[in-house]
Design a protein around this ligand. Structure first.
Ligand code: CUA
Length: 386
């Protein structure tokens, strides 16, 4: 036993100089004070987020009051009743004091009840499934490692619903009901400024309500993040939420429902030829001779009687209209796209070697060894598809 204790005390903690330990501690503590983190739940941008933030503030304030009172009582007791020189008599024994025991049972009951009621009510408020004709319905499918959004209220004249990826666009001040499922493993949908986390589970439906107060600046959408570890690129399974005013949202819907044009000249036309490689997994709805048509696979899955568009890879119909790609990870520009097309896994770690396309298991985009001409031409095509 003695030897065991010796081993314990001669460990790393003991060798670390006190100044270094203090510095590490201070760094960790002060890191919590940074106010610039965009993925914070402490600056809510909508009523649901505010409900959660208010609860956190209530609990924080009450915990602080309890902490201060308890610490003050401990410090007072230590000083007031400390052992004095020459006095080694036994302190007064309060064990079995009924009045004290009732008191320190009732006080926590009152504290817990006053925290518990608003919290339970808050959980029910936040979890309620939004219904009604003025609620925007969006179906969400989580994929390793990206997000698919299907606006079931909006479809073109051929009945194709509005499907996009990784960038959710919603109107301001509107209740949005997300009906969510997963195509593979468990993910978790989280927009810190708008709502709490909600798991996205294969073969199950979960719901989440989003309401955003104000439109977001074009280059500052709300960040979102998968919040359940789901494999190699979990940290890069991000997304953006753009909030528009109603006019801006309606214009966006009209744009998204317009099929992409097949380019007939220049680099983009050559890019459309190279696009043959992409359509093994990616779909794009293009304007063909006889109207809108899909050039890649369109897959659906059914969960609890609800049909979800659950593609093998993000739809590219309006790729150029998105501010980011790679699931909210890279700013959408030619430079990043060139790097991505040259070797996707070099900038976002994925496992394309484990893909099983016929069975719908996709773990990332492989390196197709595209020529630099193909890459240039594909960029011209994709950035043109706004
Ligand atoms: Cu999906 Cu983590």
């Amino acid at each position: 036993m003695k030897q065991f204790q010796n081993n314990m005390t001669s460990g790393a903690a003991r060798r670390m100089p006190r100044s270094v330990a203090l510095l590490v501690l201070l760094t960790l503590v002060l890191a919590g004070c940074s106010g610039s983190g965009p993925q914070t739940a402490l600056n809510p941008e909508g009523p649901i987020g505010r409900t959660i933030d208010d609860l956190w503030e209530l609990v924080f304030i009450m915990a602080t009051v309890v902490f201060v009172i308890v610490q003050a009582a401990i410090i007072y007791t230590i000083i007031r009743y400390r052992a004095r020189k020459g006095d080694d008599s036994e302190p007064v024994q309060v064990h079995g004091n009924t009045r004290l025991e009732i008191l320190w049972t009732i006080i926590p009951v009152v504290i817990l009840a006053s925290i518990g009621y608003p919290i339970v009510k808050g959980i029910f408020d936040v979890r309620a499934v939004a219904e009604g004709s003025d609620v925007l319905q969006v179906q969400v499918t989580g994929h390793q490692w990206w997000w698919e959004f299907e606006y079931v209220d909006y479809s073109d004249e051929t009945g194709r619903t509005l499907v996009t990826a990784n960038e959710l666009v919603i109107p301001e001040d509107t209740t949005v009901n997300l009906t969510m499922t997963s195509a593979d493993v468990i993910h978790s949908f989280w927009v810190p400024v708008l709502a709490g986390k909600r798991d996205v589970v294969p073969n199950r439906i979960t719901n989440l309500t989003l309401i955003a107060d104000d439109p977001t600046p074009v280059d500052e959408p709300h960040p979102g993040q998968c919040a359940e570890y789901c494999g190699l690129a979990h940290a890069d399974m991000r997304f953006k939420v753009h909030v528009r005013d109603q006019v801006g949202f309606d214009a966006w819907v009209a744009d998204q429902l317009t099929p992409a044009e097949i380019p007939t000249e220049g680099a983009a036309a050559a890019g459309y030829t190279a696009f043959n490689t992409c359509v093994a997994c990616h779909n794009s709805t293009v304007m063909g001779e006889n109207g809108p048509e899909d050039v890649g696979p369109v897959r659906t899955i059914e969960v609890d009687g609800v049909t979800f568009t659950s593609s093998l890879a993000p739809s590219l119909t309006h790729f150029g209209s998105r501010s980011t790609f790679g699931a909210g990870t890279f700013e959408n520009n030619a430079e990043h796209l060139a790097e991505w097309l040259a070797d996707p896994s070099s900038i976002k770690p994925m496992r394309p070697e484990l893909n099983d396309v016929p069975n719908g298991r996709i773990l990332g985009m492989p390196n197709f060894n595209l020529s630099s001409d193909d890459i240039t031409n594909l960029i011209a095509l994709l950035e043109g598809w706004e």
